[in-house]
Write a protein that binds this ligand. Structure first.
Ligand SMILES: O=P(O)(O)OC[C@H]1O[C@H](OP(=O)(O)OP(=O)(O)O)[C@H](O)[C@@H]1O
Ligand SMILES: Nc1ncnc2[nH]cnc12
Length: 173
């Protein structure tokens, strides 16, 4: 895990909210981090740094992954493809279902992701790993290449790394 003072500071800005969105979940709220210009920039730079030059497209997972993916695409001069929750994109789409810490979901991608694209998959949180693994599956299903998968925050106790062993996690709690 990177130990730069900026990333340590970013980590200190994450707010933990007990019993949200359902009882028993300790919700890691990244909104104070995003609201801090220095922390936000440092995190986006550190998220993409290991993959420099190896991707042409950033794929961000709806919704919080979009916040990082848009910034990462602008920073690196790459395109952005949204991986949206089911039913939001017009057909034709490819779809992948997965389980969450607090429910079930499916994500979809449009034909804007092309065969041979080199894709960096980004999301905010790696919890059980279902989302990031489904995102990588979707990218491969479109014939594109997963250059890497990265998240801002890994919740180690939930064991999601087993589903995405090579994921780059900036902050681990
Ligand atoms: O590793 P997992 O167990 O799959 O969980 C991680 C996912 O959970 C959250 O998504 P969620 O759909 O709850 O929220 P959002 O729409 O606010 O991004 C988070 O943004 C990740 O995408
Ligand atoms: N505990 C948690 N906090 C924030 N986002 C999450 N996504 C899945 N589990 C989460």
């Amino acid at each position: 895990m990177p130990h730069s003072p900026e990333i340590d500071r970013a980590r200190s800005l994450i707010r933990v909210v007990q019993d949200h969105p359902v009882p028993g979940v300790a919700f890691q709220d990244i909104t104070p981090l995003l609201a801090d210009a220095r922390a936000f920039r440092a995190c986006v730079e550190a998220l993409v740094e290991p993959f420099a030059g190896s991707f042409d497209v950033v794929a961000g997972v709806e919704a919080r992954g979009f916040l990082l993916a848009g910034a990462a695409a602008m920073l690196t001069g790459t395109g952005l493809v949204p991986l949206r929750k089911a039913g939001r994109l017009p057909a034709p789409v490819a779809s992948a279902s997965y389980a969450l810490e607090y429910g079930e979901a499916a994500i979809e991608v449009s034909v804007d992701l092309h065969t041979g694209d080199r894709v960096l998959v980004l999301d905010d949180v790696l919890a059980t790993g279902g989302t990031l693994a489904a995102a990588a599956r979707l990218v491969r299903e479109r014939g594109a290449h997963v250059a890497g998968a990265a998240c801002l925050l890994e919740l180690e106790s939930l064991g999601g790394r087993a589903a995405v062993p090579d994921a780059h996690a900036l902050i681990r709690v």
